[in-house]
Design a binder for this molecule. Structure first.
Ligand code: CA
Length: 226
């Protein structure tokens, strides 16, 4: 999984690259549009993280060029938080949009999400407490039994599995419930988690999903790859 980080501020770029390497990604760095083209002539990128405020070239033009040139996923990172800027970037072809300062854990999760949507993550099936979770087919089964999860319930479970037992904030989980931040209702996450606990719960065993009070949720054990 190769990520290219295009960012002119050296400290920021190195910090992002270091954090992503720790998450298991191969990372190439570029300081501007020229450097980005040079890197892409050498390596194939799965996802490109693009700072919109680059010297010498309007970031959106570069986004357009990258979109036209290849099929790498594109995540735009910028200080500009307005809805207009967000819409413009997404309309240009960005798969996702992050406002600086960037939370590295969130960036890694968004990269995996973009890769999954583009069919680049092949980590398909996981075992979780007697259940088989198929992240591509979006099913949760145990033998002939289907857990019958709704779309929202599955999205929450997938994010928790992605975090491998680390705590996931409710703000991050709610994005699986609603694509539009203004519709986000944190309590809806609590409802989905309680339904998940009921549907996946195994009698006599500890809960699968633990509460981190006032913050979010985590799996009490990571899912194993099959
Ligand atoms: Ca910049």
């Amino acid at each position: 999984m190769r990520v290219v980080v295009v960012e002119d501020e050296a400290l920021t770029r190195r910090a992002i690259a270091l954090a992503l390497r720790q998450e298991g990604f191969s990372v190439s760095e570029a300081a501007d549009a020229v450097g980005c083209r040079a890197v892409l002539s050498q390596v194939r990128a799965d996802v490109i993280i693009l700072d919109l405020g680059l010297p010498g070239m309007d970031g959106l033009s570069l986004a357009r060029e990258l979109r036209a040139a290849g099929d790498a996923g594109l995540i735009v990172a910028t200080r500009e938080a307005s809805h207009e800027a967000r819409i413009q970037a997404l309309d240009t072809g960005a798969d996702d949009y992050l406002v600086k300062p960037i939370h590295y854990g969130e960036l890694a999760a968004r990269i995996r999400s973009v890769m999954r949507r583009r069919g680049l993550l092949q980590d398909g099936r996981k075992r979780l407490a007697g259940w088989v979770v198929d992240l591509k087919a979006r099913t949760v089964t145990a033998g002939d039994t289907d857990a019958g999860l709704t779309r929202g319930e599955f999205d929450v479970l997938a994010r928790l599995i992605e975090a491998e037992g680390k705590i996931v904030g409710r703000e991050l989980l709610v994005q699986g419930v609603s694509r539009r931040p203004e519709d986000a209702d944190l309590r809806s996450v609590d409802v989905l988690v309680s339904r998940l606990r009921r549907k996946l719960g195994v009698a006599g065993e500890e809960t699968l999903i633990a509460t981190a009070p006032g913050f979010g949720y985590r799996l009490t054990r990571p899912a194993e790859s099959l």
